[in-house]
Ligand binder design. Structure first.
Ligand code: NDP
Length: 368
């Protein structure tokens, strides 16, 4: 898909080729004006599968630019330097990235390493005086997450979590409709998040690196989704765990958890998180006067959905491009996305994850 920047460049080129008399002035006034504001200079930490996706998406950003890397794999650094024109002085490893504090060419570091490393990596970045963008789940429990929030506050840097759906146009539209009362009072949310995980040796199935199984990785989308679709914070959870393959899913690595959440208004959510089933990427919101159904709801898109008013037809743009441009707006202009993506938002999800694990273990309702 052509990026906005490419679109503008194309417009500029074709417009230059037009005879002056026929130039559409309104088009020039509104569409061709190039972005002239500050550009967020970002280093990516962890050049894995998702880091690569973010790097590619950033090539279409207007307000954010990939300028550096932090990696433990020298061969990847060489590849990325060549591919993204990254100067040697902006390349670090996990041992020396504290020196980033003396590098004025980097504003922010996007931590895209395994979950269990986010805490130390994010705090290291904060101590180096750079803004932290951190992938979900922001940590492996609420205590670690809160320590990250505190460290970023102490260092006077922003902490933003990679909640890309908070910028996705169809999701934003459903949240807008909910906020404006178009569904009436929200009553029920159903979230289904899962896929069949492959390679049993990967870090996602290693408790020290992942902090848990499907819940940390994919179930967290249903937790976050329940909160932004219903517009409330849960006050209790119940949960039930099922494990069919205890060899692959060892102690502390959840395979499938069903969980329920109760909200102050009386609304309830019923969700499924799993590493053992495909075709599960669906949100369903019911209000007194309407509904929203999204499927896929949190994949890389295009997201599809409809409400009682009809199909959602907002255009698809690569999520991470919108997200990174949005993050530049938050950092430079103090803009607020429709639902926050700050560290406090991440802590809320981690508290719920902790409560779900406790509820699954004890079989009891856990109050939040
Ligand atoms: P990958 O395994 O593909 O990449 C992780 C990278 O982290 C590695 O390539 C490596 O990069 C670095 N790393 C540092 N230490 C370790 C270690 N001990 N073991 C393994 N890797 C290490 O994982 P993903 O990119 O899929 O996931 C990374 C993070 O991004 C996770 O927190 C995940 O939840 C999140 N994520 C978010 C998504 C979203 O849609 N928001 C989608 C997918 C993932 P290097 O060699 O450069 O050091």
């Amino acid at each position: 898909m052509g990026s906005r920047r490419n679109f503008i460049e194309k417009l500029t080129i074709s417009a230059v080729g037009l005879p002056l008399l026929y130039r559409p002035t309104s088009l020039f006034a509104e569409s061709v004006k190039p972005y002239e504001g500050p550009v967020l200079k970002v280093a990516i930490m962890g050049l894995g599968s998702y880091g690569t996706r973010v790097a590619e998406a950033m090539q279409s950003c207007q307000r954010a630019k990939l300028v550096g890397v932090i990696s433990g794999t020298p061969s990847k650094v060489v590849d990325w330097q060549a591919k993204y024109n990254i100067p040697k002085k902006n390349c670090y490893d996990y041992g020396n990235f504290g020196a980033i504090k003396d590098n004025p060419d980097i504003d922010a570091v996007y931590v895209i390493t395994p979950n269990g490393l986010h805490h130390d990596h994010a705090i290291g970045v904060a101590k180096a005086g750079k803004h932290v963008i951190c992938e979900k789940p922001m940590a492996v429990n609420a205590m670690e997450a809160q320590e990250m929030v505190d460290a970023c506050k102490a260092a006077n840097v922003k902490l933003l979590i990679g909640y890309r759906m908070h910028f996705e146009p169809k999701t934003v539209e459903v949240i807008r409709m909910r906020k404006e009362g178009e569904f009436g009072k929200p009553k029920f949310f159903q979230g289904q998040s899962g896929f069949v995980i492959g390679d049993p040796t990967q870090w996602r199935l290693n408790k020290a690196l992942s902090g848990g199984g499907a819940m940390m990785d994919i179930g967290i989308y249903s937790i976050n989704g329940a909160r932004y679709m219903l517009g409330e914070e849960p006050i209790w959870v119940t949960a039930q765990e099922t494990k069919t393959d205890p060899v692959k899913f060892k102690e502390g690595i959840d395979e499938t958890i069903q969980f329920q959440m109760g909200f102050p208004s009386g609304a309830v959510a019923s969700c499924l998180s799993t590493y053992a089933m495909n075709y599960l990427d669906r949100f369903y919101l019911v209000g007194e006067n309407g509904f929203a159904e999204m499927q896929p709801s949190t994949g890389y898109g295009p997201i599809k959905g409809r409400t009682h008013k009809g199909e959602l037809d907002q255009p698809h743009t690569t999520h991470q491009t919108l997200q990174m441009d949005g993050i530049a707006g938050i950092i430079f202009e103090n803009k607020s996305p429709i639902v926050p993506i700050d560290g406090e938002e991440g802590v809320k999800d981690m508290k719920i994850v902790d409560a779900i694990f406790l509820a699954a273990k004890t079989g009891k309702r856990v109050d939040l």
